[in-house]
Design a protein around this ligand. Structure first.
Ligand SMILES: [Zn+2]
Length: 62
């Protein structure tokens, strides 16, 4: 599972999302940036910044 925490990009924001592929993470994060942070225009560099901050979540089976 892949994990993105918005706080890595926008200090103080505790929003995060998980998905099994990076494309889905980017899609959801762009949506979040628009709605929560008023980013109307998502630049290419922003997408790169998002991708650079996606981490692998090591999940332990419960
Ligand atoms: Zn955020």
């Amino acid at each position: 599972m892949r994990l993105f925490e918005c706080g890595a990009l926008v200090p103080g924001c505790d929003w995060h999302t998980r998905a099994d592929n990076d494309a889905e993470i980017v899609r959801r994060t762009v949506e979040h940036l628009r709605q929560a942070h008023g980013e109307d225009v998502i630049r290419e560099t922003m997408v790169d910044n998002i991708k650079a901050r996606i981490t692998d979540e090591t999940t332990k089976a419960a």
